[in-house]
Design a protein around this ligand. Structure first.
Ligand SMILES: [Zn+2]
Ligand SMILES: [Zn+2]
Length: 178
């Protein structure tokens, strides 16, 4: 997801370029397995100190269901926004320092290219929910025999709450003492 912005950097503030995103085989992260293409839209806009890239991506990630541990495809719609700053003057080639408030911005590389892959990766990471379910009403696994309860009930007895079972034992002792 690489864009040449040499012309844009020579353009007046407010000028923008827009691109549709449609990329196969995107590698985001060893932990983030993208299945299928990444589609979306990006707008690159000239701002005072560089560029503002904003847009969104739609993608599917291979995730494990938190309840039943099955692998499934998590569909995601991820908006993003990021600032990029030039590391050299686009006309003179003179090196440029990052802006004072540029600590959360990315550099535009020496070939006047902007790569939004890292931006997308960070935004995807933030958007992944803590709990990912293969379906909203996933029944999960039986805590005793491990059977996938989405495939039907198992033969386990419902577990007695451990605090209750202590009470049960106490009551039984009392009965034998009497
Ligand atoms: Zn599940
Ligand atoms: Zn069971």
């Amino acid at each position: 997801m690489l864009y040449n912005v040499a012309q844009l950097m020579k353009s007046p503030v407010g000028t923008s370029l827009e691109y549709d995103i449609d990329e196969e085989n995107v590698q985001l992260d060893a932990e983030l397995q993208v299945t299928g293409p990444v589609t979306g839209h990006v707008r690159l806009r000239r701002i005072n100190q560089g560029l503002l890239a904003d847009g969104w991506v739609d993608l599917a990630l291979e995730r494990e269901c938190t309840r039943c541990l099955k692998q499934f495809e998590l569909q995601m719609h991820v908006p993003f926004e990021e600032r990029f700053y030039p590391t050299m003057d686009v006309i003179t080639g003179a090196p440029q320092l990052p802006p004072d408030d540029g600590e959360d911005a990315f550099p535009i590389d020496d070939h006047h290219q902007v790569d939004i892959t890292e931006t997308v990766r960070q935004h995807v990471l933030l958007e992944i929910p803590m709990v990912t379910l293969c379906k909203e009403d996933c029944a999960g696994l039986c805590s005793q025999c491990g059977k996938d309860l989405n495939e039907g009930p198992c033969n386990c007895q419902p577990e007695v709450d451990s605090r209750l079972s202590v009470l049960q034992t106490l009551l039984q002792k009392q009965e034998t003492n009497n």
